[in-house]
Design a protein around this ligand. Sequence first.
Ligand code: HEC
Length: 98
Amino acid sequence: MKKTPQWIAAAVLCGASLAAHAQVSQVRVWAAACANCHGTEGRAEPGMASLAGKTDIAQQMLDFKSGRKPATLMHQIAKGYSDEQIQQIAAYFAALKK
Ligand code: HEC
């Protein structure tokens, strides 16, 4: 069996990190859509739920999406995202400092 040349391994690794970077930027764009109401970086004004450091966002969004959880606005908003996008947005906010 031929050994993989080193440059191929390097190119593959490089491509993977570019893809990871593109994914992070995409999540930030989705998360920015929450900032108007839930605050910059998920830190809300008093009276509004903050999202930063919250670990149950994915479940709440899925419950909004299915209508299980009562809401005025979040039903509409949650329906705008796939379950996969919701998982990524939730992980993004969970990792932010409160
Ligand atoms: C237009 C304003 C608005 C935007 C934009 C918005 N939200 Fe909300 N969010 C609300 C309101 C209002 C509630 C309270 C429930 C309701 O009445 O819909 C809420 C509640 C929530 C809750 C439940 C909080 C809790 O502790 O009960 C989560 C989680 C949430 N939003 C996540 C998000 C995410 C993630 C986004 C962006 C994808 C987002 N929201 C965008 C207005 C907004």
